[in-house]
Design a binder for this molecule. Sequence first.
Ligand code: GDP
Ligand code: ZN
Length: 320
Amino acid sequence: MLLGRVAAGINNIYTLLTTDGEDKNREREVSCRIKGKKLKGDPGRYNPIAVGDWVEFEDDLQHQGSGMIVSRQERKNVFARLNRKRGTMQTIAANMDLLVCLTSPESPPFRPRFIDRVLVAAAIGDMPVMVLVNKMDQHVDNAMRERLDVYSSIGCQVRYCSAATGEGVAEFIACIRGKDTAFVGQSGVGKSTLLNRIVPGADLAVGEITKKYNRGSHTTCFALMLKADFPGRLVDTPGIREIDIAGILPLDLGHYFPEFVPFLGDCAFSPCYHDHEPRCAVRDAVDDGRIHADRFESYLRILEQLRNNAPGYVKERRKN
Ligand code: GDP
Ligand code: ZN
């Protein structure tokens, strides 16, 4: 069986990159469908195969450059969100060493709620995150600085660059060199500008909704693996406006806010949702500033969303 890495996938056709086959020194692309009706495993997912997946496939000897995916290897991690329309989980990228969450101070304005959701979704899927503030030529106000400090304090690296001027980009590349890195960010933060800078010939359209590969015309977002001129794969994940969280119980949400964790065992009520119960250690920590009030607000909003999700998307209760 041949082994390949999923670089793109649309309408059930997946582009694999592989060095398996006759010439092991040459990387080639294979265009694949899934063999049979359904891939075994992962039945609840909207997409059984995501960019970054390692899959076993067979070459189609009649058609050069095509093949059939037979199975998917176990993932080391995933970045996934709830596909609200279909009510299933949608895996955006798999097997990444790092997820870079791009943000900007102005145009579009800094939106910590989005970053908080990225952090929760990535933590559920076991993917490490870096916050990259692009457009460092713009003004970072105190409220933003405070929020960025929270990210640093919970072990999430925060870095700055300007994709437009190139400032900080070399330092950023030094950080991701050799790593498989996925990029996520709201539209307009400068993701295409940055990727064009670090991927020669990527040619991603800047400042447009409909991007190369006609992604804009598809209702689902799909990712694309790019190759930089340094080691490691880069994955662009376009079209993410909102990240709905699923796959955990509302009661477990606090575990995905690392700064809440020291307080979780000290609430008077057990279990505690930390929203209405008296003598709640998490809310006490918010009141005396040990937990940032705006992070707690993000927690409350995600909690509300989790409670409104239909119950089918819940993993079993976490064992503490
Ligand atoms: P994307 O939607 O995240 O892919 O964002 P784009 O790369 O399309 O960039 C959106 C806009 O931000 C474009 O007008 C870019 O020229 C601009 N932009 C990108 N990087 C920077 C930067 O570092 N500083 C400033 N001031 N503008 C930038
Ligand atoms: Zn509590």
